[in-house]
Design a protein around this ligand. Structure first.
Ligand code: 13P
Length: 256
């Protein structure tokens, strides 16, 4: 991380877990910690159904609430979908776009991810854009090119001013939920490539202001080493974020 230029972020992704009623106690148990966490901001991304309860519980708590998905259109006949305007109206601040689970299970394309990201920005939400390669791409040594393409496709039409509101999460698919975490060097190499790609499009000043997170089997045991790398500005945490103590222990590593 490099605090001179950008925020260190700890973002929890609850995925499809817990119930709305669990938000109150969970967020209450973060209250004191978050207030004292000078060096990192905390974000909790919950399922749609949990959002009202999470937002209510987070009033006066230094934890921003995020959604895990959104639709790319502003409104219309899209049964079962939720627009960014609806999320913003609730008080949601962040939205995850392009998570690999959605790309794989819901067939989300780079074009759709781009639309969602633009929709989020236009409603004042901060997108957390996920990129990351599958195992076969990593084994072929092609991960940097793969991520560059995902990044450029997702950011099409985003200008320099809007880039400030974008958070990027590098999540290698082989590390998600597997316990097989990327090494700090692997995470940093891709983080560095993401920043170089941003620099080539937006210039050095804009690129150095973007927080680039790492996600994939982050735990209290490995967080500190990961966050010590210059282009790892925090984490997007799945499994380990379901327990408030383990989330706090990970945030500790970012808050030193
Ligand atoms: P895990 O931390 O469970 O590996 O999940 C990472 C992730 O996908 C966060 O979005």
């Amino acid at each position: 991380m490099n605090r001179r230029y950008r925020k260190t972020l700890i973002a929890a992704n609850w995925k499809m877990n817990r119930l709305p009623g669990d938000c109150r106690d969970f967020i209450a148990s973060l209250r004191e910690y978050a207030a004292g966490a000078r060096w990192c901001d905390m974000i909790l991304c919950v399922p749609y159904t949990h959002l009202p309860a999470a937002i209510k519980a987070a009033k006066g708590v230094k934890v921003a609430i995020g959604a895990q998905n959104c639709h790319g259109e502003a409104a219309g006949a899209y049964t079962g979908e939720v627009s960014c305007r609806m999320l913003a109206d609730l008080g949601v601040k962040y939205v995850i776009v392009g998570h690999s689970e959605r790309r794989a299970m819901c067939g989300e394309t780079d074009e759709q991810v781009n639309k969602k990201l633009l929709a989020a920005l236009s409603c004042g939400l901060r997108p957390i854009l996920c990129v990351g390669e599958p195992l076969n791409v990593r084994e072929a040594g092609a991960e940097l090119d793969y991520v560059r393409v995902q990044l450029k496709m997702a950011l099409k039409g985003v200008d320099e001013r809007s880039l400030r509101h974008v958070v990027i999460a590098y999540e290698p698919i082989w590390a998600i939920g597997t316990g097989r975490v990327a090494t700090p060097e692997q995470a940093d190499r891709v983080g560095e490539t993401i920043r170089e790609t941003l620099r080539s499009v937006y210039g050095a000043r804009a690129a150095r202001g973007v927080s680039i997170l790492y996600g994939g089997s982050v735990s209290p045991e490995n967080a500190q080493q990961l966050f010590s790398m210059p282009d790892v500005d925090g984490g997007l945490i799945g499994g380990a974020s379901l327990d408030a103590d383990s989330l706090k222990a990970i945030a500790d590593a970012a808050n030193q």
